[in-house]
Design a binder for this molecule. Structure first.
Ligand code: ADP
Length: 924
């Protein structure tokens, strides 16, 4: 064992010196056969990795120390890194005067090659320009994928939102913020709070335009930037600078490349292709929406129950990654979508070919990751065998597609034809030399079939000959010596030996030299055996060396074809993803949506793709067009409002990944973005949201959505007092209707908003129906035109066991309020009646006064504190007079008390009492 006490003083000192050199979270240092953590690092990792801490003394002080054997480092590293830590590794090497140690690599969440993560593992770089454009670069070292894009916005805030959205979509394991971004506290905070990514401050000069351009060209080729349109200045900036280096995505890309290089992971060579994608082709899907729609995990953080988990039937992990990417990145360009849907349709119509393809793919391995391992030099013979076996599948898959006329004419045939099949076959042939069942080590031979290399064949012949001699030795010796219990064998310590049972040791000839005595036998060797043994060992050593050399050669040739493997891998993944969508469509009676450039949404008998799996689902229609652009959705709690709205969003999204959709028929005018504000109440209750967050989300929607977007609002303004809330909801509706003109679904418990349909052209009411008889409420789950005619809150209160007198009294109050036709909500759109309303809201249990949202904003008016400020002021004194006339002189006092009441701080029973008291005063 290595850490002898004499050495420790120096070692601890050396550790801390190296620790000063790195900004990694932890340092682990090789000390002989162990990797050791010292000091605080030892304390910290011992908890994380469940290691024992011992104390090492050095210069009179004790230092905590925790270590793992050299060959156990990788799994421990993986654990640390997958939890988001960056770990520097200092290896030990021999020098003329003993040992020296230096940091050889830093393993980080974004550059971990031995990942156990099934998803893509992105390292992201983000850069901002002075004029608030963002450059993003994403690299997955495990697959060699490398993508860049540029994001801008109408204003800096919107640009930042979009950049964050794009970042979030990739779910990066590690983010390198550029110099400007790291000084943007809000942006950094968002990354910290809303992603699981590790933030790493890579040196700022790596982001400098000149260096970054150089690094990018060096990696992807001199001509690459020009060929993907990145040699100019900013896009759309009218020509831009000729220097080529100020495209922010190139700055981000260059920084990533230098970081990958500096971590010493050695996987740069698998990154063969730089893809510049236009965010414009994609549907804008902000982080909140991805979460709200439960695309890849539920709000509770489970994968099961997400859209992706529901529709995923892929056979391979690359197929799974690709399908997930599609779900996270829906598109709006019709050609791509139609091509995918054609592919899905072809697979849907041909069960036999689909199953053949799926079964074939079942044997496929992850070519993209194998290519990276080859490039990294960590692929073993089994990995290369996997490459071969996967390449073998390509002709079979292509054949299944080409031999079925329905598939042969579809885009599936194009996908299958995309990789260079001849090159793939040639590479496969080169790999033919790997044996069927190679060992896990690559240095001890046994990797290659005969016929691969003459010199190796010769070695194998001689080795076999020598082994043959050994194999027949026991027979010869038995014959010669007459010993019956004699066997020839080999082990690590003794090499080859002849073993003779104790009863017959007397017959052992002189030429036998005794090696050792065992309990019942003796072991011997002979000069001849020794000679043969030496020869065999020499042959084995040479064979091991030669095979390793040949193997490395072969591995390098595979690595050099990383692009080919990536292209085969991508094609197989795409077929897998399309077959998976087809299978789900067939099994669940989904239909192909009709896609249009923009415009109407017409869904017949639509269903929620996830809820329909577990529920007897009641299908619902949806029609939105020029005249029905904004739907106010009302209905009792738990009637199905959220489900209906989400199902619309999910059907649209599915259509825009190229999938079939859960409906009897669907016409989808493609949208440029889906925005949601969902679940205020649930989130608030769980302390996961605040009113501030709610408003930030609303603000983002109002800023970002366009007339081609789909907006889903599930309660707005619940996080604040009723007055505020309804005013904000009202004003947001007007803004979305008049200015943004997005297709909007708005579920609200503010019944007042249903009157908006009377005042705003394109606003319509729909409600989720419920049936009430014998005091029971039955949810019908059907969506019908018009507002809910009444609220079911009191029935729910009754069902929940609220004492009968309270329920009865509620009914009385409600009836009274309903009869009071003089008190009604006033719509928007310039009606200047200035009527007041007093509403006991059975949905929320709150008591509130309201001016109708179009009341005045005059602060001198006592009763007016809740009024929205969106409309022109009306004549206050007229209004006050009208109230006084209607309810007598006490009315003002009542309203003032009402206005001053802190609804949320008052117990419901107290509210009831107050309401009763006020009514009595008004009745007088
Ligand atoms: P709300 O938003 O009105 O409070 P939800 O949308 O949360 O109601 O739905 C309440 C429950 O009703 C959920 O458990 C949901 O699964 C179920 N549900 C909603 N819509 C349907 C439907 N069309 N068919 C069957 N069950 C439904």
């Amino acid at each position: 064992m290595s850490h002898s006490d004499g050495e420790v003083g120096g070692i601890v000192g050396e550790f801390f010196a190296l620790k000063d050199e790195t900004d990694a979270d932890y340092l682990v240092m090789q000390v002989g056969d162990f990797y050791e953590f010292f000091g605080d690092d030892a304390e910290a990792v011992s908890d994380l990795l469940d290691l024992k801490v011992s104390q090492k003394s050095s210069h009179g002080s004790n230092y905590p120390m925790a270590g793992v054997p050299v060959d156990k480092l990788t799994p421990h590293l993986k654990q640390l890194v997958e939890r988001g830590y960056r770990v520097a590794i200092a290896d030990q090497h021999e020098t003329a005067d003993g040992h020296a140690r230096e940091i050889t690599r830093v393993v980080t969440p974004g550059t971990l090659l031995e990942t156990t993560r099934a998803d893509a593992q992105y390292l992201a770089g983000v850069v901002r320009t002075d004029d608030a454009r963002y450059g993003l670069a994403f690299a997955d070292v495990t697959t060699g994928r490398f993508l860049v894009t540029e994001v801008e916005g109408p204003d800096p805030e919107a640009a930042a939102d979009r950049a964050f959205t794009e970042l979030y979509r990739f779910d990066p394991a590690e983010v390198l913020p550029g110099p400007e971004v790291r000084n943007d506290d809000a942006f950094v905070e968002r990354i910290r709070e809303r992603t699981d990514a590790t933030l790493t401050l890579h040196r700022a000069d790596a982001f400098a335009p000149g260096r970054a351009t150089h690094a990018t060209k060096e990696q992807f080729g001199e001509e690459t930037l020009a060929s993907i349109g990145l040699d100019g200045g900013s896009r759309g900036a009218g020509g831009g600078s000729p220097s080529g280096g100020d495209r922010p995505q190139i700055r981000a890309a260059g920084a990533l490349l230098s970081y990958v290089e500096e971590t010493g992971t050695g996987v740069k060579s698998s990154m063969t292709r730089l893809q510049n994608y236009e965010g414009d082709d994609h549907v804008s899907l902000d982080a909140t929406t991805q979460r709200n729609l439960e695309l890849t995990e539920t709000m509770q953080g489970d994968r099961d129950g997400s859209l992706f988990a529901t529709i995923d039937h892929t056979a391979t992990s690359p197929g799974k990654r690709l399908l997930k990417e599609w779900v996270q990145r829906p598109r709006r360009d019709l050609p791509t979508l139609r091509r995918r849907a054609d592919g899905v349709a072809a697979f849907a119509n041909s069960a036999l070919a689909r199953e053949t393809v799926r079964e074939t793919l079942d044997g496929a391995y992850d070519l993209e990751r194998l290519a990276s391992k080859a490039a990294h030099g960590s692929a073993d013979a089994r990995d290369l065998l996997r490459v071969r076996e996967t390449l073998d599948l390509l002709p079979a898959v292509a054949d299944a597609i080409e031999s079925d006329p329905r598939l042969a004419d579809s885009p599936l045939a194009e996908v299958a034809a995309r990789p260079d099949r001849e090159a793939a076959a040639a590479l496969r042939e080169e790999l033919a030399a790997i044996v069927e069942d190679p060992p896990g080590t690559v240095t001890e031979g046994g990797l290659f079939e005969r016929g691969h290399d003459d010199q190796l064949d010769d070695l194998i012949d001689r080795h076999e000959e020598a082994e043959e001699w050994i194999a027949t030795l026991d027979d010869r010796e038995k014959r010669e010596t007459g010993i019956t219990h004699l066997q020839v064998d080999r082990n690590k310590t003794d090499g080859y030996y002849i073993q003779v049972g104790n009863s017959e040791t007397g017959k052992v000839p002189d030429r036998y030299d005794r090696l050792k005595s065992l309990k019942n036998s003796e072991r011997y060797t002979t000069d001849e055996l020794n000679e043969r043994e030496r020869r065999i060992f020499r042959l084995e050593e040479r064979r091991g060396e030669l095979e390793y050399e040949l193997f490395r050669d072969l591995r390098e040739r595979v690595a050099a074809r990383a692009d080919l493997l990536q292209s085969v891998g991508r094609a197989l993944a795409e077929l897998d993803a399309l077959a998976s969508l087809a299978l789900h469509a067939v099994e669940n009676d989904w239909v192909r949506p009709e896609l249009r450039e923009s415009g109407d949404l017409d869904i017949e008998e639509g269903r929620h793709p996830v809820v329909e799996q577990t529920t007897q689902f009641v299908p619902n229609d949806l029609r939105m067009d020029e005249a029905r652009q904004f739907l106010v959705v009302t209905g009792p709690n738990m009637s199905g409002k959220s489900t209906y709205m989400r199902q619309v969003a999910l059907i649209t999204l599915l259509a825009q990944i190229g999938s079939f959709v859960p409906a009897a028929s669907a016409e989808i005018g493609v949208v440029d973005g889906i925005y949601t504000r969902v679940g205020a109440l649930d989130e608030l209750a769980q302390g996961r949201s605040t009113f501030m967050v709610e408003m930030q989300e609303l603000s983002n929607i109002l800023h970002s959505a366009t007339d081609e977007s789909l907006v889903i609002l599930d309660e707005v303004g619940r996080g604040t007092a009723t007055y505020d809330g309804i005013s904000i909801a009202w004003a947001a509706t007007e803004y979305l209707h008049n200015e943004v003109r997005s297709k909007t679904l708005f579920a609200t418990h503010y019944h007042e908003l249903t009157t908006l349909a009377d005042h705003l052209d394109r606003v319509e009411n729909v409600h989720v129906a419920a049936d009430e008889s014998d005091g029971d409420v039955t949810f019908l789950r059907t969506v019908e035109d018009g507002p809910t005619d009444r609220s079911y809150g009191i029935h729910v209160a009754d069902l929940a066991g609220v004492p009968a007198p309270v329920v009865e009294r509620s009914r009385g109050v409600l009836d009274k309020l309903r009869q009071d036709k003089a008190i009604e909500a006033k719509g928007g759109g310039g009606d200047s009646g200035g009527t007041k309303q007093v509403v006991f809201d059975v949905g929320s249990g709150e008591l509130k006064t309201d001016e109708g949202a179009s009341g005045t904003g005059n602060e001198g008016e006592k009763v007016n504190e809740s009024a929205s400020e969106t409309d022109a002021a009306t004549d206050d004194s007229d209004a006050t007079d009208a109230v006084r006339e209607e309810f007598g002189d006490d009315a003002e006092a009542v309203l003032a008390e009402l206005a001053a009441l802190e609804v949320s701080d008052t117990a419901p029973i107290e509210l009831l009492n107050r309401a009763q008291e006020w009514q009595e005063r008004l009745d007088e």
